[in-house]
Design a protein around this ligand. Structure first.
Ligand code: ISE
Length: 341
């Protein structure tokens, strides 16, 4: 019997998940679609043979639903995730887990009390083969202890509404999770530099920005976030260790090279957007989530990872405002009856 899935929110991300779940993913069937735009919900439901639920909570409670994908707008996540917990169904929640630290922490605690790991966050980069290879390389000891992480995150143009706060919460949030994943420790502080902005940025928006994380043990992570390059989707990462380094995220997988524009050209293709760049990662993420959900659990970044991301981003937004170093205090991880993966 396939896992029967409700997808809440079928914008770009939810629509793509629905398509993948209905084509490339084994053992899954999208049975229910919910979106505040009823016409859009109906159109997408039609393409995959699902039914429409007008109310997201009715979708979560439905008899023909075993698991839920949440790709609705961020402010809707908290209540939808809690309803999934309440019903005891596995959920794949796109970031953010919730919109502030207090509510994110409350969700972590609610899951801990429930005694089951049901909440997975949609940090797809953890499933991208290049990030996985880099993690394995680090863990093998081949580049020694990683000391620095340099991240580039560029988008073609996210629109005029995409302000400096969104650049932190929607974009840099991925590097928050990558840093925690690759370095295996928490981020302790954030600082943001706001250099001269591109002419493409609306008045008052700092684009690009350089974000610096310091980890608990004192390692540094630099993130260039630039969401109006006019070029495409460039996400690359360099890990610098004591005895070696690795650079990935360029066109030719695994090969370090330089891309330049103009007369001389050496390089490959820049993908348009995150779906092109991370299609593979999304597919692996969904297949593993479906396989785990059929066993009543998750297999990927969890509620604590979602909470940590919210906390670091909140500090990051404060750091944009003040220009100073803003500390992140996650507090203790709630002791729980939850089984560790
Ligand atoms: C978007 O929400 C994403 O998650 C993309 O990965 C990121 O590159 C983009 O900046 C965000 O808007």
């Amino acid at each position: 019997e396939p896992l029967r899935i409700a997808v809440l929110g079928v914008g770009k991300m939810g629509g793509f998940h629905t398509e993948l779940l209905s084509s490339r993913i084994h053992g899954a069937r999208v049975t229910v679609i919910n979106d505040f735009d009823a016409d859009r919900a109906a159109a997408i439901a039609d393409t995959v043979g699902a039914r429409v639920a007008a109310d997201p909570f009715a979708a979560i409670a439905a008899d023909d639903v075993d698991a839920v994908v949440i790709a609705s707008p961020g402010p809707a996540h908290e209540k939808q995730v809690l309803a999934c917990l309440e019903r005891g169904v596995p959920v794949l929640c796109e970031k953010p887990l919730t919109i502030d630290v207090a509510t994110a922490r409350a969700v972590v605690e609610a899951e801990a009390r429930s005694g089951r790991k049901l909440i997975q966050l949609g940090f797809m980069r953890r499933f991208d083969p290049e990030y996985v290879a880099a993690k394995e390389l680090i863990d093998s000891g081949a580049i020694g202890r990683p000391l620095l992480l340099h991240c580039i995150h560029r988008n073609k143009n996210n629109g005029d509404h995409f302000d400096s706060g969104m650049m932190i919460r929607d974009s840099v949030v991925h590097e928050v999770d990558v840093a925690r994943y690759l370095l295996d420790e928490e981020i302790a502080s954030v600082q943001v530099h706001r250099p001269t902005a591109t002419a493409a940025a609306p008045e008052g928006v700092s684009d690009p920005m350089i974000v610096i994380f310091s980890t608990e043990s004192g390692r540094l992570v630099t993130v260039e976030i630039f969401v109006r390059t006019g070029i495409g989707y460039e996400v690359r990462t360099e890990v610098v260790g004591e005895t070696g380094s690795t650079l990935f995220g360029l066109d030719q997988h695994g090969i370090t090279k330089t891309v330049s524009t103009g007369g001389g050209r050496w390089g490959g293709v820049v993908p348009e957007g995150f779906i092109e760049r991370f299609e593979n990662a999304y597919t692996i993420e969904l297949q593993r989530w479906v396989d785990a959900a059929r066993r009543g659990t998750i297999d990927g970044p969890d509620a604590w990872d979602g909470y940590a991301a919210v906390a670091v981003c909140e500090a990051g937004v404060e750091a944009v405002r003040t220009g100073g170093v803003v500390a992140v205090d996650l507090g203790p991880r709630p002791s729980s009856t939850v089984q560790e993966r």
